[in-house]
Design a protein around this ligand. Structure first.
Ligand code: ADP
Length: 201
């Protein structure tokens, strides 16, 4: 059985930065965002079902999923939203399980931004939360994405509170400091996970 460390955190907290540092130690990554994109690739059964339900208005001219159009379509329609979630969930779950099972390494890092929101903690041996305060999240996301503050604040309202996320954590990375601090902390956690996975705990 693979030893699974789930990595989560709010938008702009530093999940990708942290994941890259674990990858530099040779740790395999399974990324929920990548899986969510892969299951709606052209000609996939999921994209086909979405097209049947919502029409070609949710596709781009080249036949790719137009995520913004789909988001707008389900925004104020809970029924459509739950239909979509019901469609996506089993495909995401199956692919995630496959990838976690086939990952090769002493442990696997499962990047799951919405781990707590989707109540998936029980699928991991260990929950690692990247934590910064709300203002740092906003400032770093604005700098990275060049989007409006309002958009980032809206996304934040769809995510669990900092307190709730921290309450689910086995380990926490405080990413409010400089990147060098982050590297030190990740090296310590890496050693800890090597020991846990070797002990099968
Ligand atoms: P997430 O994946 O959680 O959305 P990222 O890892 O993309 O967050 O980090 C958000 C932005 O903040 C990126 O531009 C990243 O380079 C930057 N960043 C991450 N950690 C730090 C840090 N400790 N100090 C300064 N900038 C950081």
């Amino acid at each position: 059985m693979q030893y699974i460390v789930a990595l989560t955190g709010g938008i702009g907290s530093g999940k990708n930065t942290v994941a890259n540092a674990f990858a530099a130690f040779g740790i395999p990554l399974v990324d929920a965002d990548v899986i969510a994109r892969e299951i709606v690739e052209p000609d996939s059964p999921v994209l086909h079902a979405i097209k049947q339900r919502f029409g070609s208005a949710v596709l781009t001219a080249s036949g790719l999923l137009d995520r913004a159009a789909l988001r707008a379509r389900i925004f104020s329609c809970p029924e459509e939203k739950s239909w979509l979630n019901g469609l996506l969930h089993p495909f995401i779950q199956r692919k995630t399980e496959q990838e976690l099972r086939s990952a090769r390494g002493p442990y696997v890092l499962w990047m799951a931004p919405l781990l707590i929101e989707n109540n998936l903690q029980q699928h991991a041996n260990r929950v690692l939360v990247v934590d910064v305060d709300r203002e740092v999240q906003i400032v770093r996301t604005l700098r990275r994405d060049g989007v409006s503050r309002e958009l980032v604040e809206n996304i934040l309202t769809t995510q669990v509170s900092r307190q709730r996320r921290l309450a689910c954590a086995d380990d926490v990375i405080d990413n409010s400091g400089c990147p060098e601090k982050l590297t030190e902390r990740i090296a310590i956690l890496h050693q800890r996970y090597l020991a846990f996975s070797a002990a099968g705990s």
